[in-house]
Design a protein around this ligand. Structure first.
Ligand code: C2E
Ligand code: MG
Ligand code: MG
Ligand code: MG
Length: 287
C-alpha cells in the first residue's frame, strides 16, 4: 500500500514537473519570438525633484506587448529570461533603445540636458564581462553623454558578491555613468555596506511608501533611511508615490525625488513627450 502511494506520488510529481518544464520551454520560445518580432517596447516613468517640482529624468521600464496575451509584466518574464540567459540580449536591447530614445528627446529639447535615464540591470547582466564594452558602444552610437545614464541594481544583486560588485561598479564608473540601489530595504544588506558601494542614488522600496501615513514603522524606517543616506552624501528617490499625503511626508523628511502614479505612470515615448510639455506648463502656472 505504501508502495502504491509512493508510485502515485511519483507519477503526480513527475506530471507536475513535466508541465513546469514544458511551460518553461514555451516561455523561452515566446521570449525569442518577442525579440525577433519586436514585441518589446520601453516605457518611461518620470522622476520628480521635490524642491522645485522639475523632472530630473526617467526610469526605463520594459514592456512586452504580446499579440494575444496583451501586456505581460516584466516581473513574470524577466526571471525566466534571467534563467535562460536571454536577459543578456533583452538587456542589450533595452539599453540601446532607451539611450537612443532619450538622446533624441534631449535633442528635441524636451528633456533638460543634464537629465538622466535610469536602466534596470539584472544580476546576470551586471556580472557579464562584456557589459562595459556594450555600454561604451551604445553611448557612443547614440552620442549620449555618460552622465545621462544611471544603472539601477537591486540590493540582492549587489549582496551576492560584495567585493565583485564594488569592482564592477568602479570599472563602469570610469565611463562616467552612475549607480542607484533599487528596492532598498527589501534585501538583507547591512546598512554598513552602503558606504562601501559607489552609489549616488538610493531608491526606497515601494513597500515602505505604500502605507504612509498610516504605518508608524514604515514612516520611521523611511525617515531614517533618508537621513542616513544624506549623511553619506547619497540622493534619495522614493518609489511608488501615489497620494498627496505620501508626498507631503516625503517632502517634510527631505526626500530628494519621487516617482509614482501620483505624478505619472510609466508612459510610451510619445505620451512621455506630452507629459513633459504639460508638466512644464503646469509647473510655471504654480510658480
Ligand atoms: P522596479 O525597477 O523596482 O520598477 C518599479 C516598478 O514599480 C515598475 O513596475 C513600475 O511600473 C511600478 N510603479 C511605479 N510607480 C508606481 C506606483 O505609484 N504604484 C505602483 N503600484 N507601482 C508603481 P514594472 O514596470 O512592472 O517593473 C517591475 C520590475 O521589473 C522592475 O521593478 C524591475 O525590477 C523589473 N524590470 C523592468 N524593466 C526591466 C528591464 O529593462 N531590465 C530588467 N533587468 N528588469 C526590469
Ligand atoms: Mg528600478
Ligand atoms: Mg524599484
Ligand atoms: Mg522592484
Amino acid at each position: 500500500r505504501a508502495k502504491e502511494l509512493g508510485r502515485n506520488n511519483y507519477q503526480f510529481f513527475s506530471e507536475d514537473m513535466n508541465r513546469a518544464i514544458l511551460e518553461h520551454l514555451t516561455w523561452e520560445k515566446e521570449i525569442q519570438d518577442a525579440l525577433n518580432l519586436n514585441q518589446f517596447s520601453v516605457y518611461y516613468q518620470p522622476k520628480i525633484r521635490l524642491d522645485d517640482l522639475t523632472v530630473t529624468g526617467v526610469e526605463a521600464l520594459l514592456r512586452w506587448i504580446h499579440p494575444e496575451k496583451g501586456m505581460i509584466s516584466p516581473d513574470k518574464f524577466i526571471p525566466v529570461a534571467e534563467e535562460t540567459g536571454q536577459i543578456l540580449d533583452i538587456g542589450h536591447w533595452v539599453l540601446d533603445q532607451s539611450c537612443r530614445e532619450i538622446s533624441q528627446l534631449m535633442a528635441r529639447g524636451r528633456l533638460a540636458p543634464g537629465s538622466r535615464v535610469a536602466v534596470n540591470l539584472s544580476a546576470r547582466q551586471f556580472t557579464d564581462p562584456n557589459l562595459i564594452e556594450v555600454i561604451r558602444d551604445i553611448l557612443n552610437s547614440h552620442s549620449l553623454p555618460p552622465e545621462c545614464l544611471e544603472l539601477e541594481i537591486t540590493e540582492s544583486t549587489l549582496m551576492k558578491d560584495v567585493e565583485h560588485a564594488i569592482r564592477i561598479m568602479n570599472d563602469l564608473r570610469t565611463l562616467g555613468i552612475s549607480f542607484a540601489i533599487d528596492d532598498f530595504g527589501t534585501g538583507y544588506s547591512s546598512l554598513s555596506y552602503l558606504k562601501r558601494f559607489p552609489v549616488e542614488v538610493l531608491k526606497v522600496d515601494r513597500t515602505f511608501v505604500t502605507d504612509i501615513p498610516h504605518d508608524d514603522n514604515d514612516m520611521a524606517i523611511t525617515a531614517a533611511v533618508i537621513a542616513m543616506a544624506h549623511k553619506l552624501g547619497i540622493t534619495v528617490v522614493a518609489e511608488g508615490v501615489e497620494t498627496p499625503d505620501q508626498l507631503e511626508f516625503l517632502r517634510r523628511n527631505r526626500c530628494d525625488q519621487c516617482q509614482g502614479y501620483l505624478f505619472s505612470r510609466p508612459l510610451p515615448m510619445h505620451q512621455l513627450e506630452q507629459f513633459l510639455t504639460q508638466f512644464r506648463i503646469r509647473d510655471s502656472i504654480n510658480a
